[in-house]
Design a protein around this ligand. Structure first.
Ligand SMILES: Cc1ncc(COP(=O)(O)O)c(C=O)c1O
Length: 385
């Protein structure tokens, strides 16, 4: 471990689908509703709504929040996906800076970003570490804002004993192939609100023709085969997560005592599920340049990524060059009358400084690989400290 297992259990559920001749939840397939029930129950949520990707879930969730042209949605700046979903809905993403240690949205900075145009907050549990949801929810509720948790990195992560995805109005999960629960592709929304479930279900299951009666919605249906594999994989998730946590421990041990690498961690009430193991490089404050670090990693053939995308979400061409639907939308939509669509240098100074310093290891691969790789990282730290 961590190794993804697809075996007789998955095959027997897939065979059930094929034997039934019903490969879609539309018209009676039973795997999708079963997957939705079992996934929601495993997290302690009331309802699950399965879709074909997490971007579909995020797109539909921003719509369920009532955010559209002229509105703002607050996002975090490390991962771009919340901003993308906001822009799908022709709304304007507004960014809150991060905490330099946890890489999650800094709740101290959240309230100042709320305006009378704000409709929702999308909170990513970055790399698998929960964001401080009690503070975020308290602020959101006081302002009547809809909260979407992006749990693409954080399945079965928890904060104060509660699973991520169950604090806000919607929790969004990704089953894309690199994620902790990998089904090829797919996504799941969880919610405790029946109305939100019904709205999301229109995008997930209703025939597209229903648009004529219920308003515009998209066809984001998951297939029965994917749902069948999801049921089998769900049974293995706690083993997978324990494996990822064991991998993270190898890297924690490899850098133990290193004062120039800060682990991306919070207190004991935060249970991290390590889509990536991540630390932040502060070597330049200890006489070690990034170039020295990179060169040593290369010499030791140590497989870490430095810097993720190298920039916060708003510096990507999508936002910096205002790409979108044409005619100025969404960022310069004529219905938008606020200032949140400006993204100058220094907008989120912590994210701008910290993202290029991020040191990341993708956890879901062979144990043997990680043992060797962690030992190499240890050698790098020893050599240049
Ligand atoms: C944080 C985050 N949110 C959303 C997504 C989108 O997931 P999907 O590929 O299932 O649409 C990703 C995928 O990389 C992600 O990392």
């Amino acid at each position: 471990m961590p190794r993804r297992v697809f075996d007789e259990r998955d095959l027997s559920l897939v065979k059930e689908v094929l034997d039934s001749g019903m490969l879609s939840g539309l018209g009676g397939g039973q795997m999708t509703p079963r997957f939705e029930r079992e996934f929601a129950a495993a997290l302690g949520a009331k309802y699950g709504v399965a879709m074909n990707s997490a971007m579909s879930v995020l797109h539909a969730s921003v719509k369920a929040a009532g955010a559209g042209a002229g509105d703002e949605v607050i996002c975090d700046p490390v991962c771009v996906f919340g901003a993308v979903a906001t822009m799908y809905n022709n709304a304007v993403p507004v960014f809150v800076d991060i905490d330099p240690v946890t890489h999650n949205m800094n709740p101290d900075l959240l309230e100042a970003k709320i305006t009378d145009r704000t409709r929702a907050i999308i909170v990513t549990h970055v790399w698998g570490l929960p964001a401080p949801m009690d503070r975020i929810m308290e602020i959101a509720r006081r302002h009547g804002l809809f909260v979407i948790e992006d749990c693409a990195h954080a399945i079965f992560a928890s904060y104060k004993g509660q699973y991520t995805g169950t604090f806000g109005d919607v929790g969004s999960f990704s089953f894309q192939m690199s994620k902790q629960m990998a089904l090829g592709d797919g996504g799941m929304a969880v919610t405790n609100d029946e109305k939100v479930r019904d709205e999301l279900a229109l995008h997930a299951g209703a025939p597209t023709f229903h648009s004529v009666a219920y308003g515009l919605h998209w066809n984001y249906r998951i297939t029965e085969v994917t749902a069948a594999i999801g049921i089998a994989q769900l049974e293995r998730m706690h083993d997978y997560i324990a494996g990822l946590q064991a991998v993270a421990k190898l890297y924690d041990d490899a850098v133990a005592g290193c004062e120039w690498l800060t682990l991306q961690r919070a207190g004991p009430e935060y249970v991290h599920t390590f889509h990536f193991w991540v630390a932040t490089f502060w070597g330049d404050r200890h006489g070690i340049s990034m170039e020295d670090f990179r060169a040593a990693l290369e010499r030791h053939e140590c497989g870490v990524n430095i810097g993720y995308t190298g920039m916060p979400a708003y510096k990507h061409p999508l936002i910096a060059e205002r790409l979108g639907y044409g005619r100025g939308c969404p960022l310069d939509c004529p219905l938008y009358a606020g200032q949140g669509n400006q993204y100058p240098e220094g907008l989120c100074p912590v994210a701008e400084e910290v993202i290029p310093r991020m040191v990341l290891v993708y956890t879901f691969s062979d144990d043997e690989y990680h043992k060797v790789n962690a030992e190499r990282l240890h050698q790098v730290v020893e050599e240049i400290s």
